[in-house]
Ligand binder design. Sequence first.
Ligand SMILES: [Mn+2]
Length: 332
Amino acid sequence: MKNIPIFFSFNNDYTIPAAVAFFSLLNKTKEDIFYDMFVLHSDITSENQNLLQDIVAKFKNGKLNFINTEGFLDEFWNKGNFEGHNTRNQFTVDAIVKCFGASFFLQYEKIIYSDVDIIFMDDISDLLNVNLDEKYIVGVKNPFMKWNQNELSHLNKEYYEMLKDSYIGGGIWVMNLKKIREDNLEQKMLEIINDDSIIKRWPDQDIINIACKNKIGFIPLNYISYPYLPDLLQKEDFISDYSREELYDSIINPKIIHYAAGKPWHYNAKKAEIWWDIFNYLKLPKTKIFTKQKENNFNKKIKKYKILFNIFLIISILLFLLNMFFYFYLIK
Ligand SMILES: [Mn+2]
């Protein structure tokens, strides 16, 4: 048996996606692998913790531990310049807590981090054998940098030039905790958070990529298979740092499907069938995140109708006044 440490960082709202992700991880685990799973969180209810424990208990090769991080980094989250692109509406403090794994896992020299808006399609324990050397972190290089230069448009020219060819996504990392501690890298991360001249649009990604620059390693794109990539590959002008073979291989042989943009629980994601199959198999409940997107669209529609209604009302009143005016005028 080989023990593989892996951690996650999410809030109570993400319990159901985490349940699907945990099931998919353990369902694909090789017989000689045991996952020591950790959840960094600040608000997951005991009921939801039990729901997740029950999923893990279905399998023999995983143990789930919750670590409460309540209050940790709150001050930095509230003060830091996270204003770009509505960052504060999209993310919670949990997004930056994950950068600080070295503080929570003193017992390990390296650890895997994974998002939970994902499906594991294969065992990923080999990741811990990745050669870390002098690197702080290993992740998947963003394949959309050349195509969508807007991804890093919030950074100034210096940082943009520094990061554009090496920027890793946030879905899956292997963190060199030993080296991060040795070099006191977390102090540097705090300074980046505190530096108001750096806008953090993608909180965790921006902090890690800036702090670890030149000491970042890469794993194949298969570890973040993007469900919407096939559509982009149909566009003739699509360009990427990756070869077409690598891009297609990530679609055909995914190790992890990452619903980075459209989420399956909002019904609008590509490749969502397998997510729903696991959801239904586990008989999971539909919680409030399932309606969020719909509500938003609904609110937008209502707003539109409200404006139309008000215009209609004003025109009606004007017509009425005009009528009254003519009525009295003509009667006279
Ligand atoms: Mn994600």
